[in-house]
Design a protein around this ligand. Structure first.
Ligand code: HEM
Length: 430
């Protein structure tokens, strides 16, 4: 179905096995929940390879909406940069899950959350914070991030064994960095970390999660109001200060939008980096030669991060789109109003693009993975995530060469069915 031939909008050519695969991905009677479970535990859902070889642009029903699953590298890139597709969740034809529908109905489209917006508003809002993530600015943070990671590792090594690497290192690292960016005072870091952790947890009663999230919300509004009230707020101090001085005071955005942008940083940057750190550490531990090589040679860190991003692709395909107009992706006609699901994990394991895609190789020369997305929504925070992860993996492997899992791999609690893949805990010893 991909290539130059343009297919009409029917699925008569799809064979029975492929039809079954497609049904499993959809709301059919024998539906598997989406995202599909990963295999073994770093592998993509087994069905992805089948889709790539048999039906790279596959028709599917997603939450009652006619949609297309895009599984090959080139087609996923084409979809993610297509101006005919919209990321706007409030679009009437967006293939919303019941959960997304409920939260949209309860709180309306998130002001400031430009991840789910289209141009021109997306571009205007994104531009307001682009400066904070420029490579030069982020590189200036590297020594501070190094000091942070060293301090966290010191604390873990001084504590009891086994330790939970997820709680001891992977969660506090991005949390502290977000605190710096947003301007959360040091004295409030513990409060902030507690509330954000609850915000992302799925295993607590709904009323507790709601209370903690309300407290976090009120706290962020408090930070914004302090800056609004202070005539001497320094726009260079942190993201919130600059948004208040350069945007809010100029009447370009309201208070709710300042809060929405702050929350987007939090949601997009916290759980992703935390899970990537813990899952990446686990993947390296499963490949001891590569763990040791990285510890011996920090110059491998850049390539290691790119390879782990490709190999693990922690975002469980939340970057759905809807066609704003009739268009063609991967040679397939897609009609206005139909959903499009670019499967980035599948693209990152596409044998048509990568040699031995299912092998983790930190020396792999390819750096063109789609783990940070592609096109106008490509991850704004990627320079920061890269520095955090490079410092994290190179320091961990250098400082604790004897690190090992404290439980059998099968007992590691993986986050199944979450938007961001990872672990709930990573018991380690050394
Ligand atoms: C390993 C860590 C990270 C991963 C895997 C990741 C992944 C992604 C992906 C896949 C997208 C695109 C989603 C789409 O196309 O719909 C995205 C967007 C975004 N990310 Fe990240 N991200 C990470 C870290 C961060 C950090 C540290 C920040 C900032 C503090 C951040 C902020 C954002 C923002 C603001 C967007 C929206 C960009 C836009 O819509 O223009 N991310 N991220």
């Amino acid at each position: 179905m991909s290539g130059t031939t343009i297919q009409d909008h029917d699925d008569d050519h799809v064979d029975d096995r492929t039809r079954q695969v497609i049904r499993q991905l959809t709301d059919g009677a024998d539906r598997l929940s989406f995202p599909l479970p990963r295999t073994a535990p770093f592998g993509p859902p087994a069905e992805y390879a089948e889709l790539r070889s048999k039906c790279p642009v596959a028709p599917a029903m997603l939450h009652g909406k006619k949609s297309w699953l895009i599984s090959k590298y080139d087609d996923v890139r084409e979809a993610l940069q297509s101006h005919s597709l919209s990321a706007d969740m409030s679009h009437p034809d967006y293939p919303l899950s019941p959960g997304m529908k409920a939260s949209l109905a309860a709180s309306g489209p998130g002001a400031g959350s430009f991840l789910k917006m289209d141009p021109p508003v997306h571009d205007d809002l994104r531009r307001m914070v682009t400066r904070d993530f420029m490579i030069k600015r982020v590189e200036a943070l590297r020594p501070k991030i190094q000091e942070l990671v060293d301090g966290l590792i010191d604390d873990m090594l001084a504590g009891p064994k086994p330790a939970d690497l997820f709680q001891a290192l992977a969660t506090p690292m991005p949390n502290t960095v977000i605190c710096w960016l947003l301007g959360v005072p040091q004295s409030d870091h513990a409060f902030f970390q507690d509330r954000t952790t609850y915000f992302f947890r799925r295993d607590v009663p709904a009323e507790v999660a709601l209370r903690k999230s309300k407290e976090l919300n009120e706290y962020v509004y408090g930070l914004i109001d302090d800056r609004i009230a202070d005539p001497d707020t320094d726009p260079e101090a942190d993201i919130l200060s600059r948004l208040v001085v350069e945007q809010y005071r100029e009447g370009k955005i309201d208070r709710r939008t300042v809060q929405g942008i702050a929350f987007l940083m939090l949601v997009a940057g916290h759980e992703t980096t935390g899970n990537m750190s813990a899952l990446g550490a686990l993947a390296l531990l499963q490949h001891p030669e590569q763990y040791k090589a990285l510890g011996d040679d920090p110059s491998l860190a850049r390539g290691a991060v790119e390879e782990l991003m490709r190999y693990l692709t922690i975002n469980n395909e939340p970057n759905w789109r809807v066609a704003k107009e009739d268009t063609v992706i991967g040679g397939q006609k897609i009609k206005a109003g139909e959903g499009v699901v670019p499967l980035t994990f599948s693209a990152n394991r596409d044998e048509g693009h990568y040699t031995d895609p299912d092998v983790l190789d930190i020396r792999r020369p390819d750096r063109d993975h789609l783990g940070f997305g592609y096109g106008i929504h490509q991850c704004l925070g990627q320079p920061l995530a890269r520095v955090e992860l490079q410092v994290f993996f190179s320091t961990l492997t250098r400082r604790i060469p004897t690190l090992r899992l404290a439980v059998p791999l099968e007992e590691v609690p993986f986050k199944t069915n979450a938007d961001i893949y990872g672990v709930n805990a990573l018991p380690v010893t050394w």
